[in-house]
Design a protein around this ligand. Structure first.
Ligand code: GDP
Ligand code: MG
Length: 316
């Protein structure tokens, strides 16, 4: 790196970095449920994004920032790419697609334990222009679920969809494969400045994580359509003088009968959701938490541009 560039970098972001320092934005895209958020949390060694066995858990872009003396990687976790059925889906897909142009490296995650489907083919088409520029790593995740005899044909089937991409077969849940993938990412980065302070790990605030942790419990504890048709708004998050945290949140549902199911007999279901969410929030906040939940019906909010905006699902 020449001296001019180093000066420019410092002027750009205000952080002093060593010669040869690398940096870049790395986005994680792919179909719902392939393990994008799991990989982000594993890289970060802490929970940034909520993870459930259900597809379409992630709704907004999440940042995870790793800083070492020699590089800074800004990971972007995105909602799964699929065919939109309503305005919320449209918002989620746009969120993922918009990161492609911002990214220095694109991680295309697929689930190697199942065959490539039409969804993977559509994404491969969208990524082709980026792969030609050498920016895409095909990350064949969940290798732990893959039978030995399937390894070769399966990885060849995925690689054929995007022949220009670099690739790796790994498990987001296993250290070895992840370390190798991190090595490939760092290799792909260019010299560049630091964008965030050394100790910043995300751009998400406790308030936002809180609403995500409540939504995660609804996704884990309820079935069928309900998890997809709820939104959570934190109305109050206050740290009190005695170092406890008071939180009031509203869970929005689309239908009266969903409200009934969410609350449960004598409020038992809502209490269960609240208790589990509170435990998770306490762990992150490192404080005793009082969590009050209420449920409100907001018909068709997933189709309502104004409701989407109020609930934070808008690009404006
Ligand atoms: N067996 C196995 N399961 C995984 C792996 N990575 C993710 N999962 C699981 O796949 C499901 C979806 O993961 P998630 O990270 O929410 O996927 P996303 O929708 O792409 O963000 C969760 O149940 C994860 O525990 C992996 O490497 N191996
Ligand atoms: Mg996710």
């Amino acid at each position: 790196m020449d001296e001019n560039k180093e000066t420019n970098n410092q002027e750009l972001t205000g952080y002093t970095v060593a010669e040869g320092h690398k940096s870049g934005y790395v986005t994680m895209v792919g179909r719902p449920n392939v393990g994008k958020s799991t990989l982000l949390n594993a890289f970060m060694q802490q929970k940034i994004a909520i993870v459930t066995p259900r597809p379409q858990t992630t709704r907004v872009r999440q940042l995870g920032i790793i800083t070492t003396p020699t590089y800074q990687i800004v990971f972007m976790d995105t909602p799964g790419m699929m065919k939109p059925r309503h305005k919320l889906d449209e918002f989620m897909v746009e969120t993922a697609v918009e990161t492609l142009d911002d990214a220095d490296v694109i991680l295309w995650l697929v689930d190697s334990s199942s065959k490539p489907g039409p969804g993977d083919k559509a994404i491969a088409k969208q990524l082709a222009p980026f792969a030609a520029g050498n920016h895409v790593i095909l990350c064949m995740n969940k290798a732990d679920l893959l039978k030995a005899e399937d390894v070769l044909p399966r990885s060849e089937a995925y690689r054929a969809l995007l022949p220009d991409a670099k690739w790796i077969l790994f498990s987001a849940t296993k250290d070895a494969g992840r370390d190798e993938l991190l090595g490939m990412i760092v290799e792909s980065l260019k010299e560049g400045p630091r964008f965030y302070p050394d100790d910043q790990v995300t751009d998400i605030y406790m308030r936002d994580i809180t609403s995500e942790l409540i939504r995660e419990q609804v996704m884990l504890q309820l079935r069928e359509e309900i998890p997809y048709s709820i939104a959570v708004q934190v109305d109050e998050y206050s740290e009190r003088p005695d170092e406890t945290v008071y939180i009031h949140a509203t869970i929005y549902v689309e239908r009266d009968n969903h409200k009934g199911i969410l609350i449960g007999a004598k409020g038992a279901q809502l209490r269960k959701i609240g208790a589990a969410a509170r435990k998770e929030i306490e762990e992150l906040a490192e404080a005793k938490v009082f969590l009050e939940l209420q449920v409100k019906v907001e018909p068709k909010w997933r189709q309502d541009a104004r409701a989407l905006k109020r609930l934070g699902y808008s690009h404006e």
